[in-house]
Write a protein that binds this ligand. Sequence first.
Ligand SMILES: Cc1cc2nc3c(=O)[nH]c(=O)nc-3n(C[C@H](O)[C@H](O)[C@H](O)COP(=O)(O)OP(=O)(O)OC[C@H]3O[C@@H](n4cnc5c(N)ncnc54)[C@H](O)[C@@H]3O)c2cc1C
Length: 499
Amino acid sequence: MSFLYIERVDGAIATHDKTALVAELQALLPDLQVLHASEDVRPYECDGLSAYRASPMLVALPDRVEQVQALLKFASARQIPVVARGAGTGLSGGAMPLEKGILLVMARFNRILDIDVEASTARVQPGVRNLAISQAAAPHNLYYAPDPSSQIACSIGGNVAENAGGVHCLKYGLTVHNILKLDVLTIDGERLTLGSEALDCPGFDLLALFTGSEGMLGIVVEVTVKLLTKPQSAKVLLASFDDVEKAGRAVGQIIGAGVIPGGLEMMDNLAIRAAEDFIKAGYPVNAQAILLCEVDGAESDVREDCDRVDALLRAAGATDIRVAKDEAERQRFWAGRKNAFPAVGRISPDYYCMDGTIPRRQLPRVLKSIARLSAEFGLRVANVFHAGDGNMHPLILFDANAPGEMDRAEAIGARILELCVEVGGSITGEHGVGREKINQMCAQFNSDELTLFHSLKAAFDPAGLLNPGKNIPTLHRCAEFGSMHIHHGAVPFPELERF
Ligand SMILES: Cc1cc2nc3c(=O)[nH]c(=O)nc-3n(C[C@H](O)[C@H](O)[C@H](O)COP(=O)(O)OP(=O)(O)OC[C@H]3O[C@@H](n4cnc5c(N)ncnc54)[C@H](O)[C@@H]3O)c2cc1C
């Protein structure tokens, strides 16, 4: 997208003499790679949400914990904000840098430190890619369960900071349910260990607090994850529907009948066609919606669950049901789903990925409303999402160079989030709040709740130097924008001021 946005962070940030700072930093840490020329920092201007951009003052690429500690102490002493970045695949502007801040890129921490087969755990550095953990564990018949569609690229540090989900999280839990221990650095460079290798440990559950904290409480420098034994058998059913709402209803009926699928994903016609064109997954391009339902476990259980799901899908109105005939076809069915975002990127100059969560029973109603909004705003919307979790990802297709389309995309996106809150859901499922949804937090939480969030942040980062201006709005911001309460109209993203 071609738009640049002015970064506006709550609270004043001092302006530093960049040349002097770089010289000081290089004298302190001669081995640390630091980028500061405008052409060198440009690739770091945004994460996966490219509509939100800012040039960082400087980019640091450490490869040792001691360097990160020294860098944090350096920043803390000079009151310079620090934004952590993993692989930069985030979709809410969480790793978007600050013009007066340091972007701390953790990608070089890419070593798997230990795989403990007996304990079924792995100790890894934060820059390790999600998929690399399962690949390293595979010779031991183990794997790491949370599998974001970006798993080939995203880092485990970013997964922890966003509490990432994925296709198989319905049955196996989100990131927070699959990690045991974190080693983190506070803004003062102090190393803390949160959690333990045991299933529980005394005291407040700081591990859970840290998971999903979007780089605002500390920097993750080591993660101990749980590994699971690969299921003996897994089968995926692909069910076609001639109506999106019927597919939405089928989701609740499967889970209501007591089957917890390994994954239960839904795609509508626009998404099916885009994915089929890109991946050749074998999807039925004339179906209005498909459900991909995976059942896994012991052979006999899988056979039984397959039959039950098949019957439930037929009763819900499925027009056709295919079971992947072998592992290659199963992988192809999932490849179509996992590549649906880039596939949609091929059919539209720009798209805006929303991420709201709703109670499952509301799926038919919300899908119908999204179709109505799509017609009202004159923009195509492709739906591809974690249906079992009620985690919607409407992809709004637009052309940023066509006058007014960007505004319409933002407006329909805001209306969709409004809808999620109205039906008892939430403004984010797994992509986080970041920069993108900070105003909608004012609609989701009241001032007492937000004050509590600020107190928690202040306990770790009293000066507010870690990723300021993201995730938790100040009460001042909410007062300023509060009149545009999400229940009473669209939230027009007023924090964004265009050049
Ligand atoms: C095509 C596509 C598909 C996607 N599918 C999914 C999906 O299925 N499920 C899902 O949950 N997400 C999905 N995402 C979003 C994204 O991949 C996840 O949010 C992922 O967890 C981000 O990891 P990252 O390493 O890229 O983090 P980044 O984008 O670099 O950073 C994300 C946040 O984590 C913080 N952070 C990063 N590293 C650290 C660290 N070491 N310490 C402290 N804070 C840190 C950053 O400050 C930022 O706030 C998708 C993205 C794309 C582009």
